[in-house]
Design a protein around this ligand. Sequence first.
Ligand code: PLP
Length: 400
Amino acid sequence: MYNKSRKMDHVHSDIRGPLFKETQKMMSRGIDVLRLNTGNPATFGFEMPESVRSALLSGVDRAVAYCDPQGMPEAREAIRSYHLKRGVKDIEIDDIFIGNGVSELVNMAISALVNDGDEILVPTPCYTLWSNAIYLAGGKPVYYVCDEKDDWNPDLSDMEKKITPKTRAIVIINPNNPTGAVYSKEILQGIVALARKHKLILFSDEIYDRLVMDGVEHIPTATLASDLLCITMNGLSKSHIICGFRCGWMLISGDKKSASDYLLGLYQLAAMRLCSNALTQLVIPAALADEESTKKLLLPGGRLYEQRAAAFREIEKIEGLTCVKNKAAFYIFPKIDIERFGITDDKKFALELLHEKHILIVPGSGFEYTDQAHFRVVMLPEPDALAKAISDIGDFLHKR
Ligand code: PLP
């Protein structure tokens, strides 16, 4: 018997889990399934900006050798300027680690920190990269509630109640996946105050910070926490439609002096994998200089804006289905009136929907949200196709 490690007991990634495997089987039998499970815009006809393509092609010869374990200096310089412009202070290029996507960096940042039994506060609902990384490192994710009735904002009193002597850090996902919430300054200040009071590290996953709609302001956590150790995650997968490039970074800011041992650990892990993909680092300066390509998707007439409008027009027509409007990213997290429809198991609901309507969604339990009433839809298909999918979901609910 070859068993997986016990550390994997709680690890799950339902975005590509059993429902996705079932979808692959159906597709191999010739059934066309609309896959609304992954936030992977290129698979819905979004294209990477020309700025990114030409930076990659013209720089290719510079990416042949291993580069610095933390990343190419010119790429880190561009990242530094980006965060300075966004108001983060006192940062040098050595405070930046480039990685093979935020996914790799979250694992590194958590592995370098967590001892067995350490607790880290993470949101529910939660993008499970974070909880999985904590489990794998031998730690325990402790879930603080984000409140649907309050626009999915974190509930600060719940957060404080969950802090124990074992708590090491708070994870903030802002803008949020799966809810699309963007937190106000007051909420962020409240979280920062708790971190300050209890001497906790702040991890702020801001990969969707360039994908905010409706003129809402995104506030980087680091700008409110210059006296605390704050680790900001960001990357180009979503904003520049290059998920497959695997291009992300983390920025260490604030109380770096107290963190020299942890930072050494981070460097050791970065060096252990030699460097991250140098090809994708080539595009970082050009991508960060090109804000327009992303912005035009988010304005009226832009694809993401219009797709969201189409989705919400359709949701409003469906009795028993409600959804807090997302302010950012490309996910919606609707709620089903489960009593009305007799639903008790969100995974079963998703499987039946897949079989009957050939639509793949991710049940809320795939985001550590256990009320069985939610599911996530990736709002990346063109408006008409998305509206049809949502209408089909409504039809499925009412006819089952
Ligand atoms: N963080 C959040 C909140 C995400 O939604 C995702 C991907 O969906 C990631 C991180 C991972 O991004 P990357 O492609 O940089 O690994």
